[in-house]
Design a protein around this ligand. Structure first.
Ligand code: GLU
Length: 486
């Protein structure tokens, strides 16, 4: 069997972790099986359609390096890939169901349906009361003469059940009487509903496997019923485990960023995201965690999916990101940090500037501690701008000391810094230790005022490396400015 899978987003909002996980697993499944991965845009909800959301689909996957073989922007033998351009096919499909008596026109007014809904909510009754299910041809003609445009509903049998083998969950069976009676498949504006369009397209696009989030599991019995009504062979389904926050609740904005643009802005690398997202419900074995995309393309398999909900751990993702940052070449990391430094006004455009040279030199210093690219301005600011105005004098004073003591420490440290060219890093640290002993205090208490004087912050890149990047002259000027502040 040729494997053909699809990602079928509705362009109504920004791409989020859940959607990207679905897309990624379909993509990986296609690659691992030598099949085709299709992008289909499910834009039948005209009210919620957003151009920005469509752009975001393209931008997100381009950034992540996930490419489809067929799609609206690439073409392919099963196009068009926008559902809004396939209306004629849906109408044809609906007509075959009407002709076969498997669907019917419903003329009920919006008011009547709203009334049914509120009564139903009160009495715990599900859905439509099937009033139009058995209208005569005369009754239908009368409605039409009044100018009422009908919707089309699918006849859900009162007996029997829909059942299918889910690749992950096993046998799923649902009695027809437990489905919402007679769902609309064609709206009065001529647009299909999700269920109809999804089934018709999966069939016409020869989709062999549907990997989708478990949120859709409740729709699948209805889809199975539609396949039966059409006489089509359904694809194989695999409903992917839920993604939750640490509290076990479905991942949402309450937990933190969920859209890929947000993660991108915060300075995550695409490879860190794809690696981490691949582990949301899938694992290769008990130990291996790092996978490049091209490795996943070989190693992914449905057999290794987990049924249990996948917990999205922001800290873990950050840790992955730090690891990927450390793997970058210096030049790539420089380029990755550039937009953040430019936006912060620290780095002018252009490659040959003095600032660009400073940042290039500083890459090894920050590479070890950067977890997010957005931290770069904070860590590098001290090299690119004056910082003495940015901190309060109190910052220079170690715990249980006073201004006079901090001043004395800075005065003592000054000649060591003045001579730092003559020491290697180890010797320089030994000098600081010696000073600490002399002043009967901890090394940290010597380093702390110096760190603030040099970098403007108590947390900074490694101090000795920072001193060297800044150079003797600027370092001494900053020590003097700090002393003056005290
Ligand atoms: N358009 C649906 C979505 O937005 C597709 C669901 C499916 O994969 O069947 O997720």
């Amino acid at each position: 069997m040729t494997v053909r899978v699809r990602y079928a987003p509705s362009p109504t909002g920004l791409q989020h972790i859940g959607g990207v996980r679905t897309a990624l697993f379909n993509y990986l499944f296609a690659r691992a099986q030598g099949g085709a991965f299709v992008l289909r845009i499910e834009d039948t909800d005209q009210e919620r359609y957003s151009e920005e959301a469509l752009e975001d689909i393209y931008a997100t996957f381009e950034w992540l390096g996930i490419v489809w073989d067929e799609g609206p922007d690439r073409g392919g033998p099963y196009g068009p890939y926008f559902q809004s351009q396939r209306l004629a096919r849906y109408h044809e499909a609906v007509q075959t169901l009407l002709d076969a008596g498997k669907a019917y026109e419903c003329f009920c007014s919006a008011e009547r349906l709203a009334g049914l809904r509120s009564e139903g909510a009160r009495d715990g009754v599900l859905g439509y009361d099937r009033r139009c299910r058995d209208l005569t041809e005369e009754q239908r003609a009368a409605y039409r003469a009044e100018g009422v445009t009908p919707v089309v509903r699918l006849k859900v049998p009162e007996q029997g059940a829909a059942s299918f083998e889910d690749m992950l969950l096993g046998t799923v069976k649902r009695k027809y009487k437990d489905l919402s009676p007679d769902p609309i498949i064609l709206k009065s504006d001529g647009f299909p509903t999700y269920h109809l369009a999804n089934v018709v397209d999966d069939h016409e696009m020869a989709i062999s496997h549907v990997l989708r989030a478990q949120e859709w599991l409740s729709s699948t019995p209805l889809h199975i019923l539609l396949y039966e009504a059409f006489g089509f062979e359904p694809p194989r389904y695999c409903h992917l485990p839920f993604v939750t926050g640490k509290d076990g609740q479905k991942l949402s904005k309450r937990h933190g960023a969920t859209s890929v643009v947000e993660f991108r802005k915060q300075g995550y690398l695409p490879e860190a995201l794809t690696n981490y997202i691949a582990l949301l419900g899938w694992s290769y074995d008990d130990s291996r965690e790092f996978f490049a995309l091209n490795e996943l393309e070989r190693l992914f398999s449905v057999e290794k999916l987990n049924k249990a909900p996948a917990v999205f751990d922001y800290k873990k993702l950050e840790w992955f990101n730090g690891n990927y940052i450390r793997e970058c070449s210096s030049e790539r990391l420089f380029e990755l940090m550039r937009p953040y430094l430019e936006t912060a006004g620290l780095l002018p455009a252009g490659n040959e500037t003095r600032e660009a040279a400073i940042v290039r030199n500083a890459v090894p210093l920050v590479q070890e501690r950067l977890k997010l690219l957005s931290e770069a301005p904070e860590l590098l600011k001290f090299l690119l701008a004056e910082i003495t105005e940015n901190y309060a004098a109190e910052e220079l004073i170690p715990k249980k000391m006073d201004a006079a003591a901090a001043k004395a420490l800075l005065n003592a440290v000054r000649p060591v810094v003045a001579a730092m060219e003559h020491y290697d890093d180890e010797q320089l640290e030994a000098e600081f230790r010696r000073l600490a002993e002399q002043h009967d205090t901890k090394l940290g208490n010597v380093m702390m005022p110096l760190r603030v004087a040099i970098t403007g912050s108590r947390t900074s890149p490694p101090l000795i490396g920072s001193l060297r990047l800044l150079g003797t002259e600027r370092a001494l000027a900053r020590i003097d400015a700090a002393i003056a502040k005290l």
